[in-house]
Design a protein around this ligand. Structure first.
Ligand code: NAP
Ligand code: MG
Length: 490
């Protein structure tokens, strides 16, 4: 028996229809706050992938979708944003029940930001334009050339997302893809399929034609792999671990599919002694503990200038020890559960490794009996070469150490395979301008961390990925440029 929770769907959305199928056994979906099964999802497998990709391909061939004016696509995305907000209570409850995050975060980040991203991307539908090219082709005489570029939708997009921001990540991919005129087959993470299915239903309600936005469920190994290998997929847009990013990059290279990869991180937080210390302590704690540390740009390494090291470490540890763990549905909760038993085991393993690599400065170890809870944990004096300094933990675990000057802070920040985010805490304007170019990360925050906006490009240097989402770049990522050259008699 599964709990009765509003909005739960156990089907996929293919070609505008609810489809029940499973290649093999159905996969349980959990409430991480209780550890109980709340639903079962099907494994789309090769057959479900084929149906969904063919539907998306069909929707691109001389269809209602391709004939639609850009302004109509814009209106449909705006309508979807309104529907996301109108159904905000159900979607937020569903997200918290399935992912564990605080209800306020589900409202703020999945529903409100989701709608904000949809509206921003809707606006791009009417702003895609090529260039008129002033060419210098001299031959034959008396011939002129009118050259220009057309930006055309790249085609069928395979979108694969992780479980940490389930609906927001789905929107980050489908909204710019649809604004560009593409069609999408989305595979949510097996842990968190529920809001993506509701999003596909709301897209149909908004009037987005059948086949344009399909959601299939299942595991990465089976359904994800079949999706990325399907010959009718033109572009793969993936967010997830660096490890799976490598597998996807290989598949894309083999088929020459277009690919965008938003991968892992180990983002540094650099705190200088001229900063507002109280603000930096609060900021560093939020940077790692927000969403239980399950954030690709989580500030998981904090480097603190020597004079204020003890004060800052003590401040963050005190905040960590006081944090209230509980269900995301309880308004007193500050830290919800991790997404799965597997993620809890992974984070606990890293805490065990950390006890041999650093000095644990948090002392409160009590966790609720049920559910997948891990206490926020801080390790001080951790060497840069330690595993907990180098490997992405994706949980509420912070490593701290000192630096003496800017050069050392920069060296520590950059001594990682990743390059997704970084923050610098200082009140020296000159220092800010020296640090920003020196830190190798796709986003550098100053006196803040984890602040995103649909107009700010987002993505990684180094092993953190290829390509940028948001802003103009996200729509461009779903377009192919075609050069046109028309000869005319002069
Ligand atoms: P993951 O294991 O890489 O999975 C991400 C998605 O890929 C899931 O939907 C997964 O399916 C699917 N997948 C797994 N193997 C696949 C394969 N062989 N072919 C196709 N798809 C496959 O990552 P995760 O554990 O869900 O999420 C945590 C990771 O995501 C962290 O490393 C984090 O840094 C990264 N992340 C990055 C960003 C960013 O924007 N840069 C944002 C959020 C998270 P199943 O899980 O359903 O099997
Ligand atoms: Mg997974």
């Amino acid at each position: 028996m599964t709990e009765q929770i509003q909005g739960i769907r156990e089907h996929m959305i293919i070609n505008g229809k609810a489809v029940e199928m499973s290649h093999g056994e159905r996969i349980p979906v959990y409430n991480p706050a209780t550890g109980k099964v709340i639903a079962h999802q099907g494994e789309a497998g090769a057959e479900g992938v084929d149906q969904a990709v063919k539907a998306a391909h069909q929707a691109l061939t001389n269809s209602e979708w391709t004939q639609m004016l850009p302004a109509q696509r814009e209106r449909l995305l705006l309508k979807l944003a309104d529907l996301v907000e109108a159904n905000g209570d159900e979607l937020a409850q569903l997200e918290t029940t399935n992912n564990g995050k605080l209800l306020s975060m589900s409202y703020g980040l999945e529903v409100y930001s989701g709608a904000q991203w949809l509206r921003y991307m809707a606006g791009w539908a009417t702003k895609v334009s090529g260039d008129v090219l002033n060419v210098s082709i001299p031959f034959p005489p008396n011939t002129g050339y009118h050259a220009y570029t057309r930006l055309e939708p790249v085609g069928v997009v395979a979108a694969i997302v992780p479980w940490n921001f389930p609906m927001l990540m789905a929107i980050w991919k489908m909204a710019p893809a649809l604004a560009a005129g593409c069609t999408v087959v989305l595979k949510p993470a097996e842990e968190t399929p529920l809001t993506a299915i509701r999003l596909a239903e709301l897209a149909l309600e908004a009037g987005i034609p059948a086949g344009v936005f399909n959601v299939i469920t299942g595991t990465g190994e089976v359904t994800g792999a079949a999706l990325t290998a399907h010959p009718l997929v033109n572009k793969i847009s993936f967010t997830g671990s660096t490890e799976v990013g490598h597998i996807i990059a290989r598949q894309a290279a083999q088929d020459m599919k277009r690919v965008a990869l938003e991968l892992g991180g180990k983002s540094p937080v650099l705190i200088f002694d001229d900063c507002d210390v109280e603000q930096a302590v609060q900021g560093a704690a939020n940077a790692i503990f927000f969403n239980q540390g399950q954030v690709c740009t989580a500030g998981s390494r904090v480097y603190i200038q020597k004079g204020i090291y003890d004060e800052v470490v003590k401040g963050i540890a005190a905040m960590a020890d006081q944090m209230v763990l509980g269900s995301g549905l309880d308004e007193n909760t500050q830290i919800g559960p991790l997404v799965s038993a597997r993620q809890k085991a992974r984070v606990e393993k890293y805490i065990e490794i950390g006890q041999g690599e650093g000095r644990q400065v948090t002392s409160n170890t009590s966790v609720p009996e049920q559910g997948f809870f891990v206490r926020p944990t801080v390790f001080a004096d951790v060497d840069i070469g330690a595993r907990i300094s180098q490997e992405e933990i994706f949980g509420p675990v912070l490593v701290a150490n000192t630096f003496s000057d800017e050069a050392e802070a920069i060296a520590l920040a950059n001594q990682t395979q990743f390059g997704l985010g970084a923050s610098v805490w200082t009140n020296d304007v000159n220092r800010i301008h020296r640090l920003v170019p020196a830190v190798t990360a796709g986003t550098v925050w100053v006196n803040t961390h984890n602040m995103l906006d649909p107009h700010m490009p987002f993505g990684g240097f180094k092993q953190s990925g290829v390509g940028r989402e948001h802003g103009k770049s996200s729509v461009e990522a779903y377009l192919e440029s075609k050069s046109v050259c028309i000869a005319y008699n002069k």
